[in-house]
Design a protein around this ligand. Structure first.
Ligand code: PHE
Length: 367
């Protein structure tokens, strides 16, 4: 061994390990970003309190994509070119992840979406991963729930025509519900930003459905439920169903008591105990004095996927992190995260019922 001290490490291996984030901190789906940010701040605080990674501090460089595709792409450019992060966490909405992913892929910086469920996201390339289950599973869960649990025969579908998530999930629901012997009695569409749903709700009402599937985000779903009940008046015997995009306290603010009695699929429920869930809820409550939602749980898991990959790789090199992610097996808050060859985890979904303006755990569906 040489007696003298080793030469200084190259610049990239000095100082903090930088991890980027692309989240909707403002705009149409801001509660998703705000909730995710709380959990991410907690995760980075924890890892640094435990000595960081590879003996280095871990720095989180968070960008607000303002809930848009254009700002998601800009954020990915900045994080890869200017900040030179070793990995990116995010985005939330599938359309936003689809805007950022090609840039991360091109720069060979692994990107792990916490909550995007459209299959196309990880299909962008071998540097793109996710922590959430995918829509072919989530859509099947809700279509089977409609056919088998609710014994629905007729379904209407309301789709956001500008959202990859909404279109993809609507298609899966339609396929599975039809295969189950049901009929789609009406299909209508709108776009995020719309505020008047009375005309399309009248079309839906006239088609006399047993269930209405609305795979959209809380900003539109809250108004749709409200107008269905208060303007168009047909919530009496009709059950509305949705996906993870319903998960926001703002849904209840927009819908009021029109939200009660409906169901949606989600990634986690604070009502289902596991050691990982309990520990997370305890830490989150201690810091924020509130119970974390699924966005928070997924974001927290995403951060730990990347921390774990850096640890097992023994390196903060982007390609080494990518390789370690493919082999990850993590007992996480939203279930055990182990990725298939498409870089998607295979995990359970929960069905949530809305009662008294609150989310109540209804059932768990395994893949
Ligand atoms: N799954 C949604 C999408 O892909 C995002 C989302 C996840 C929203 C979880 C809320 C909760 O667009």
């Amino acid at each position: 061994k040489p007696a003298e001290a080793p030469a200084a490490a190259p610049a990239a291996e000095e100082g903090p390990i930088k991890i980027g984030g692309i989240y909707p901190l403002s705009g149409a789906i801001a509660t998703f970003g705000q909730s995710s940010k709380k959990a991410l701040d907690l995760a980075f605080e924890e890892i640094n309190a435990n000595g960081g990674l590879l003996g280095r501090k871990v720095e989180f460089v968070l960008e607000d994509n303002k809930s848009t595709q254009a700002d998601s792409a800009t954020a990915a450019q900045k994080l890869t070119q200017q900040d030179k992060v070793v990995a990116i966490l995010g985005a939330v909405a599938s359309s936003n992840s689809l805007a950022a992913a090609p840039i991360a892929q091109e720069a060979k910086v692994p990107m792990v979406s916490s909550s995007s469920t459209n299959p196309a996201v990880t299909e962008v390339g071998e540097y793109i991963f996710r922590a959430a289950f995918i829509d072919p599973f989530q859509g099947q869960v809700m279509a089977n729930f409609a056919s088998k649990d609710l014994k629905a025969m007729k379904a209407a579908i309301m789709t956001d025509a500008n959202s990859d998530y909404s279109i993809g999930l609507a298609n899966v629901f339609k396929d599975v519900f039809t295969k189950n012997g049901g009929t789609i009695v009406s299909e209508v569409s709108f776009v995020s930003g719309d505020t008047d749903f009375n005309a399309i709700l009248t079309t839906v009402k006239n088609s006399a459905p047993d269930v209405v599937f609305v795979p959209s985000y809380y900003d539109t779903v809250g108004l749709i439920l409200n107008q269905a009940k208060n303007n168009v008046g047909f919530l009496e015997n009709v059950v509305f169903l949705g996906g993870d995009g319903w998960d926001s306290p703002a849904l209840f603010e927009l819908a009021g008591d029109a939200a009660n009695g409906h169901y949606f699929s989600n990634h986690y429920s604070p009502d289902v105990d596991s050691p990982e869930v309990d520990k997370f809820i305890e830490a989150f409550k201690a810091k924020y004095n509130e119970t974390p939602d699924a966005l928070a749980a997924l974001a927290y898991d995403t951060a730990y996927m990347v921390f774990e990959a850096i640890k097992t790789a023994g390196s903060a090199d982007s390609t080494a992190i990518r390789d370690a992610l493919t082999k990850i097996e993590l007992k996480a808050v939203t279930g055990t995260i182990k990725l298939n060859e498409k870089r998607d985890p295979v995990k359970s979904a929960v069905v949530i019922k809305i009662e008294d303006g609150k989310q109540k755990y209804f059932t768990t569906v395994n893949p």
